[in-house]
Design a protein around this ligand. Structure first.
Ligand code: SF4
Ligand code: SF4
Length: 81
């Protein structure tokens, strides 16, 4: 499952550099996660680094439209690196 950024994003930029897959970019008006690049940090970290970095509660959440297993996320990570 990829993560997505919700409308309460304040465009503070805190999450961008913490993403191991460069999946986050500045959008207008809020930041955007490219679901094709997001692995929930599987392959690189123990937990989603963007959620740790984000100062806004419940801003970055799982995107139910992207139903991927842990194994699929790891394959995705390996294909990106
Ligand atoms: Fe990037 Fe990890 Fe956040 Fe996905 S969960 S956008 S891979 S930092
Ligand atoms: Fe938006 Fe949170 Fe990223 Fe800041 S850290 S740009 S509030 S998603």
């Amino acid at each position: 499952m990829a993560l997505k950024i919700q409308a309460n994003c304040t465009a503070c930029d805190a999450c961008v550099l913490d993403c191991p897959n460069e999946a986050i970019s500045a959008g207008e008006p809020i930041y955007i996660i490219n679901a094709l690049l997001c692995t929930e940090c599987v392959g690189a970290e123990d937990e989603p680094q963007c959620q740790l970095a984000c100062p806004v509660n419940d801003c970055i959440v799982k995107d139910p439209d992207w139903d991927e297993s842990e194994e699929q996320l790891l394959e995705k990570y390996e294909s990106l690196h």
